[in-house]
Design a protein around this ligand. Structure first.
Ligand SMILES: Nc1nc2c(ncn2[C@@H]2O[C@H](COP(=O)(O)OP(=O)(O)OP(=O)(O)O)[C@@H](O)[C@H]2O)c(=O)[nH]1
Length: 937
């Protein structure tokens, strides 16, 4: 042992790290240095020492494990450690040794074992290779485990190779022969007496016959006690082993390798040091506005169950997947001494506009929105402007989409947005006003100002957009343009000729009259507005509409507001990225670029943006993707924010609310705007008894997933607005019994859904009186009880009737008829003017003179009550009234108080005067008395 220690220093490496105390005893008195004995100087002559060593070899043990290992192995192997001198002397032989062992192989021996279909004899097991292995292990003594790792690899490669050799030379080692084995590498080692010879020569570890003791596979068998219990004679092993493997080992285990191995180990060590124990809550965490319980648990290094129970203690019932807001998270984290830092993705999702130089600002065409009440002639007006007949193609005569058209006039270009006038499209109209420069308000001269005319005025005023009034249908005999002017003046739109600043143009869209004047008015207004936009910058605009087009994919109508959009530009539309694959103008012609105020159809979106979403070109596709993904993330957070949380406070309310009936709808429409408009209209129908929940709304044909979505709920159906189901969806809908309703007019859809909702209400039951009877006599019938002899004074009574028994105006009994007879025969019914005998269920208290009311329960369908919107308005109204009443009451109280104060003041004044008078009187008396006394003297 001592000897060995002396030899080892040749392989000592200065470790970069200070060894642990545990290492010190193992090293032979060289503190501060780690002794590493490398195999290149010690051939694998002995069997591998123990199972632990093998396992640790595979695991790649961290340095801290080294000392004990080293100590163990040193203890067991010291005596057989090869000397460097021996290596040196055997070096020439090594050159002859075929390099059939891949010493550096890290491949395990598993495969070899699997391949081993030859019976392995105990000879093999206990012989040749076991010998070297033991030596090998012994040589390691206090060697590091990384080396052992190689050991595993070595044996694997060896096994495989042996297997191949077996194929080539099957007699050799597999036949348990002695002497020169059949395997070439080992056979050559006939001259390798050592360990190979000590057992059956040529035997190979991985294929060492039957593994009755399981020790034939070096990588794994070495651990078995049977194998290393009988090590091969050491001296032989050393010499043979050195010759056979020295060269190979030198290649693989260079000094650098060793250092690398150490570095790797130290890395493990470092990693271990930086690891945070799972139970330590960090000092600060970053979260967004909401965070799911599971994410928070992860960030805080806590178990989700702990977070949940903490939240419960705070009065919140949440599940692991639910989200909590940042305030709650902050409160919770503070209990663990952890600060919450709120981060927002929004800043990162802003696409900066390009810097604009004044020189780049050029006049641009005005963007005009046409608004007005239903049927006042908006489409016809645009129609007249464009000389095309759009109205003819519309369903129900209502414009359903926002369309955008560029119109060239001799005096310049104008872009028109055709905004529908139906109330359901309020939202779209509001969006139209966002991009619009001028509103043309169409008012029918024969109809005057209507609710949606006023709504349009509000939208325009909100958006601070000037209005030009087109007084339409002046061709009609009942047309009264002046009346329209008067009406609109009352709403702040005073005609210029009346001293106001609003341009009024009288037109007849039908006849094409006044259209030129209207366009002139628009261009005049545009001139006043001095509309300019940069031309050469990256394009920015708004999505007017988006839809899925068969064969073209997602198509978005975009109005470019700034810059120029080119084919090939990368952009972000809402939260989705895209690249302009192709562009079309309003006439459907393919174009390469589009400047400010140009409406275009853009192809190349990955998903469908919403109408009104911003459209911005980015510098690169990468930018677009990055912004898009951040925006999507932000949206997910915003959606999560909307998650309804159950707290102890609202738990019962929620349970109560589960009694509320829900009608669920999937809306599919031809364009996104219609889907949204329909959604808004339908959701408004919710009442406190019945809720209308739109579970999904989007543009496109009704597909299978829509059907599946609706099928998941018994109260769900699908509305297709201007769309139809795909054949597969139709089939599925039939199978799943999902109702698909198709509409092409919004109000029809709303009407029918209202009816459906009314149908869902439990019908009211009502007593319907069918007849009245008078008790004129009573009889006792044995076994049956009291029978009333009645006369039907009105209507009729049936055997199945229910009755009320009334005495002195009080209903004493309500129940069923048990028997109804005419004389002795049972009767089905008895009509007015006839007498009958009547028995009542469980009731004997019948007296002559009692009135009997016969009735039936009938079900009456309930009407939908006030919608939640109406109720809210009512509640607000009531609150205002209450406030006014309270104010009046307070004023009256104040008044009364004032009066009282005044009265008190008057009373005090009077009292004071009386006192004064009294004093004066007393003084007078006093004076008189004095006078009298004086006179008497
Ligand atoms: N006599 C007459 N009829 C008109 C004129 N303009 C429109 N109309 C008629 O009024 C009806 C409604 O016209 P639209 O252009 O569809 O009206 P709209 O305002 O676009 O209607 P919605 O799309 O439903 O909001 C049609 O029957 C038109 O023929 C007009 O100047 N004179």
């Amino acid at each position: 042992m001592a000897d060995e220690s002396v030899k080892k220093p040749e392989f000592v490496l200065n470790k970069k790290k200070t060894d642990t105390a545990a290492e010190k005893p193992a090293s032979s008195g060289t503190p501060g240095k780690k002794r590493v004995v490398i195999v290149k100087k010690g051939p694998p002559a002995n069997g591998v020492s123990n199972r632990d060593a093998q396992i640790s070899a595979v695991k790649k043990v961290v340095p801290s494990a080294i000392p004990s290992q080293k100590a163990n192995e040193s203890a067991s192997s010291g005596a057989v450690h090869p000397s460097s001198a021996e290596h040196k002397t055997l070096a020439p032989e090594e050159k002859k040794t075929p390099s059939s062992f891949e010493f550096g192989s890290r491949r395990p021996n598993v495969k070899a074992g699997n391949l081993s279909d030859h019976p392995r004899s105990n000879d093999y097991r206990s012989g040749g290779f076991r010998g070297p292995r033991n030596n090998y292990s012994n040589n390691q003594g206090g060697y590091n485990n990384n080396y052992q790792h190689r050991d595993g690899g070595f044996t694997g490669a060896q096994a495989r190779e042996g297997y191949q050799n077996r194929e080539r030379d099957s007699q050799g080692s597999y036949q348990g022969r002695g002497g020169a084995g059949g395997r070439p590498p080992f056979a050559q080692g006939q001259g390798r007496p050592g360990s190979y010879r000590s057992g059956p020569a040529g035997s190979r570890p991985g294929f060492a016959g039957q593994r009755t003791n399981g020790n034939s596979r070096p990588g794994f068998t070495s651990s078995r006690s049977a194998s290393h219990s009988a090590p091969a004679p050491m001296p032989d092993v050393r010499s043979a082993g050195k010759k056979a493997f020295k060269g190979k080992k030198q290649q693989v285990y260079s000094r650098k390798d060793r250092e690398d191995l150490f570095d790797e180990s130290s890395l493990y060590d470092n990693k271990k040091k930086t690891e945070t124990p799972a139970s330590v809550v960090p000092k600060q965490i970053d979260i967004m506005e909401t965070i799911s319980v599971s994410d928070l648990a992860k960030k805080m290094n806590l178990k989700a169950s702990e977070i949940i129970s903490k939240l419960m203690a705070m009065g919140m019932m949440v599940t692991i997947t639910q989200s909590i807001d940042s305030d709650t998270a902050t409160l919770l984290a503070s209990e663990y001494g952890c600060d919450v830092h709120l981060v927002s993705l929004y800043d990162e999702t802003v696409i900066e506009s390009e810097k604009i130089s004044e020189a780049d600002m050029l006049p641009r065409p005005p963007i005009v929105t046409v608004m007005g009440h239903v049927d006042h002639g908006k489409t016809k007006t645009l129609d007249a402007i464009r000389h095309s007949n759009v109205a003819a193609g519309e369903f129900g005569g209502i414009t359903q989409h926002i369309g955008a058209y560029s119109v060239s006039t001799p005096k310049g270009k104008i872009t028109f947005l055709d905004t529908p006038g139906h109330e359901a499209f309020t939202m779209m109209r509001a969006r139209g006003a966002q991009v619009t420069d001028i509103v043309v308000l169409v008012v029918a001269a024969d109809d005057g100002v209507m609710p949606q005319t006023l709504e349009a005025i509000h939208h325009a005023k909100d958006a601070k957009v000037p209005i030009i009034v087109a007084v339409n249908k002046i061709d009609k005999p009942e047309a009264n343009p002046d009346h329209v002017k008067t009406q609109l003046s009352e709403h702040g739109l005073t005609p210029e000729e009346w001293g106001g600043d609003t341009q009024f143009v009288s037109i007849s869209a039908l006849k094409g009259q006044g259209i030129d004047q209207l366009l002139e008015a628009v261009l005049l207004q545009a001139e006043v507005l001095e509309l300019k936009a940069p031309v050469s910058t990256r394009a920015e605009g708004k999505i007017i509409e988006s839809r899925v087009d068969q064969g073209r994919g997602i198509v978005a109508s975009v109005i470019v507001q700034k810059g120029t959009l080119h084919q090939g530009d990368s952009f972000v539309a809402g939260i989705y990225a895209g690249r302009v694959r192709a562009m079309f103008n309003d006439l459907g012609q393919r174009i390469q670029e589009a400047g400010p105020s140009t409406p275009v159809e853009v192809l190349g979106l990955e998903e469908m943006p919403n109408a009104g979403d911003p459209f911005q070109v980015t510098e690169s596709e990468k930018d677009a993707r990055s912004v898009s993904s951040k925006r999507q993330e932000l949206k997910r957070f915003e959606d999560a924010k909307a998650v309804k949380k159950v707290t102890l406070d609202n738990l019962y309310q929620t349970i109560d609310a589960s009694e509320v009936k829900e009608l669920k709808v999937v809306i599919k429409a031809d364009v996104q705007g219609s889907a949204e408009a329909l959604k808004a209209s339908l959701e408004k129908l919710s009442t406190k008894d019945i809720r209308l929940v739109v579970i999904h709304s989007s543009a496109g044909a009704i597909n299978e997933s829509d059907v599946l979505l609706a099928a998941a709920d018994s109260n769900a159906f699908i509305i297709g607005f201007n769309v139809r189901p795909t054949p597969k969806a139709k089939l599925l809908a039939d199978q799943e019994k999902v109702d698909i309703r198709k509409y092409n007019i919004i109000y029809k859809a709303v009407e029918e859904v209202t009816l459906a909702m009314e149908g869902m209400l439990k019908p009211d039951t009502k007593e319907e009186i069918t007849g009245t009877l008078e008790v004129r006599n009573t009889f006792k019938v044995p076994k049956i009880g009291l029978i009333a002899g009645c006369y039907v004074t009105d209507g009729l009574i049936k055997r199945s009737s229910m009755v009320n028994l009334i005495r002195d105006g009080i209903v004493l009994y309500t129940g069923k008829v048990t028997s109804l007879k005419r004389f002795k025969d049972d009767a089905k019914e008895v009509k007015t003017g006839f007498e009958c005998g009547l028995g009542l269920e469980d009731w004997q208290d019948i007296k002559v003179g009692d009135q009997i009311e016969a009735f039936e329960y009938v079900e009456v369908a309930r009407k939908l009550g006030d919608t939640l919107v109406d109720e809210k308005a009512d509640a607000e109204k009531r609150a205002v009234e209450r406030a006014a009443a309270m104010k009046a009451e307070a004023a009256a109280a104040l008044e009364a108080e004032k009066e009282q104060i005044a009265a008190e003041k008057t009373a005090a004044k009077a009292k004071k005067a009386a006192a004064k008078q009294e004093t004066a009187k007393q003084a007078e008396t006093k004076r008189e008395n004095a006078k009298t006394e004086k006179e008497a003297e």
